[in-house]
Structure formats: structure tokens, C-alpha cells
Design a protein around this ligand. Structure first.
Ligand SMILES: Cc1ncc(COP(=O)(O)O)c(C=O)c1O
Length: 301
């Protein structure tokens, strides 16, 4: 790992010095909160993308579970900036993580304050064939309904469901899974939101569809509207994935990744479509500070 320093509860520690015991509730039961944030090189220095929205989601995730973070949204924002600066990260991925380090058996009421760490690394594409487009499988694992596990909390334990769906996709020779919930509506990928293009309109599952409200999703909706595209947020059925003209994922890790095949059905031309390309280009120009329309999304380090 390139990373030299991890921010831990207000101090920088060497990467290799941050350790926790195996017998902690975070490791045993997934009681952790995390975020994924990117930063990008711009002409005015490195900028963190939509930092306040990510920091807010981190704080809100903890609130859902009554976890005590001991850090405010603003303190977290400052700490992220410091971590990027300290490690001289240019195009990177930043991972705030709240965890318990108390050694305890069984569940406990979380009156103990969590630890907060921030790790930042240089990072490129999440999907290695991002440019060409990826192949997806509708997962045989259902997406958990929000009455069972709240998807708006980015809590570590949720990702065991993502893991199962991704494993199922990978074992069947696909790059990623798309999960459908018990009501038959498309929810999301294992760590991405889904967008379809049909007859020039942009369609994405609406809020009730059991997915994490992605910050990249929000960015794409706002960019699309500024370009003059019609954006429909509504329930999406599985078969629409087979008949749309274009399909893509959004996410901090995935950025905008075209999906060119679903369940062995070619999507549109089988290549990145023109609307995906237009949004992807605008996204790249926005995060790198060339396109100033949404410059308020950038926090310069
Ligand atoms: C389950 C899930 N859905 C969607 C997303 C995309 O969200 P964002 O664009 O905020 O990174 C993520 C990534 O954070 C995720 O983990």
C-alpha cells in the first residue's frame, strides 16, 4: 500500500500501526459505518468530490443505528481534507470508517463511543473494463427490503448482501450483479446505482426501491437535467433492463460505468451509448474542475 498515514481519532498514525482486536463487535458482527469518497487532480490543486454530502451521510448512517461517533460532520470534512493533504493523494479514494475497538462478547447497547479512521489511497478504475462496458447478471439473491435492513445506512454489515450477489455474478462469468427486491423492482448493483436510457429519456429507480441514494446518482440527475434530458425516477422492472437503449452504473467507485450486457442480452449497440458518453464526459470535466457549472461540488485541498 502507498498510504503512509491513517487519520485516527484526530491524530495521524502510521498505516501499519492501526490495528484492532479480533474480538470486537465491528469485526464479529459488522457494526461499522463507512463512506467512499473520491478526490481528483484539478488545475487548482486536488479537490474532494461532494465532501459535505458524503460526510453528512456518514453522520446520518450512525444516527440510524444510534452509534456514537464523537465527531461532527464539519470535523469529518476537515479531517478528510487533512488526510488527503498529508498523504499527498492526487486521484484517490478516501475511506472514513467508524468502528468499535472494545473487546466484548455478544451484542451490546452502543453507549461506547466509536473510533473514526480515515484512509486515503491513490485509486484508478473500479471496473477494469470500464471503458468498454461491463456484463451484468440479475442476481439470484434478492435485495434486502428497507423494512429489514435500512439501505440508507452505509453500515458494514449491509455489504454481506452485496458480497453474495457479486460472488454469484462472478462465479457465473459476469462482472457485476444487479439486485431486484421482493416486489420485483430493480434496486441497485452491489455498490452502484442503476440508470437506463430509453428513447432519449433517463430512467432510474425511485426512492422507494430499496437502494442507497447515491451521491453520484444525484450528480448524474442534476447534470442530465442541466443538459436538458428528461429524468424519470420510478419503479423499474427487470425486463426493462433487457429492452433499454443504454444502461449504466453510477457510484463513487464505479463513477459512470456503461453496462453493455445483462443476462446475456446485449444492451443497445453493445457499446457505450451516446447519452452515457455525454454524461460521462460531463462528469469527468466536472470532477477535474474544467466544467465550472457545478464547481460547488469540489472542495479544494
Ligand atoms: C450499495 C451501494 N449503492 C450505491 C452506491 C453509490 O453511491 P455513491 O454514488 O454515493 O457512491 C454505493 C456506494 O457508495 C453503494 O455501496
Amino acid at each position: 500500500m502507498m498510504q503512509q498515514y491513517i487519520w485516527l481519532n484526530g491524530k495521524f498514525k502510521k498505516f501499519e500501526d492501526v490495528k484492532v482486536h479480533v474480538f470486537t463487535p465491528t469485526i464479529q458482527y459488522g457494526l461499522g459505518i463507512f463512506e467512499g469518497i473520491r478526490c481528483y487532480k484539478t488545475a487548482k490543486g486536488v479537490a474532494v468530490f461532494r465532501l459535505s454530502e458524503h460526510a453528512r451521510r456518514f453522520v446520518e448512517s450512525a444516527k440510524i443505528y444510534k452509534f456514537k461517533l464523537g465527531i461532527t460532520q464539519r470535523q469529518l470534512e476537515n479531517a478528510v481534507v487533512e488526510t488527503v493533504r498529508k498523504n499527498k493523494i492526487k486521484n484517490g479514494y478516501i475511506r472514513p470508517f467508524a468502528f468499535y475497538d472494545n473487546v466484548v462478547m455478544g451484542f451490546f447497547y452502543p453507549e461506547v463511543q466509536m473510533n473514526v479512521s480515515i484512509t486515503a489511497i491513490e485509486y484508478g478504475n473500479y471496473f477494469k473494463n470500464k471503458e468498454a462496458g461491463i456484463k451484468c447478471k440479475v442476481s439470484s439473491w434478492q435485495k434486502v427490503n428497507s423494512e429489514i435492513l435500512p439501505p440508507q445506512a452505509k453500515v458494514s454489515g449491509n455489504y454481506i448482501s452485496s458480497f453474495l450477489s457479486r460472488l454469484d455474478a462472478r462465479d457465473s462469468g459476469f462482472d457485476e450483479a444487479i439486485m431486484v427486491s421482493s416486489d420485483g423492482h430493480v434496486a441497485e448493483g452491489s455498490g452502484e446505482n442503476v440508470f437506463l436510457v430509453k428513447e432519449g429519456r433517463l430512467i432510474t429507480p425511485s426512492k422507494g426501491s430499496n437502494f442507497l441514494l447515491g451521491i453520484t446518482r444525484d450528480s448524474v440527475i442534476k447534470m442530465a437535467q442541466s443538459i436538458g434530458l428528461v429524468v424519470e425516477e420510478r419503479a423499474v422492472h427487470r425486463e426493462e433492463l433487457y429492452t433499454c437503449d443504454e444502461l449504466f452504473f453510477t457510484g463513487t467507485a464505479a463513477e459512470i460505468t456503461p453496462v453493455v450486457d445483462v443476462d446475456k442480452r446485449k444492451v443497445g449497440s453493445g457499446k457505450m451509448g451516446p447519452i452515457t458518453k455525454m454524461l460521462s464526459d460531463k462528469f469527468s470535466r466536472t470532477v477535474s474542475g474544467e466544467d465550472k457549472e457545478f464547481e460547488e461540488w469540489l472542495t479544494y485541498v
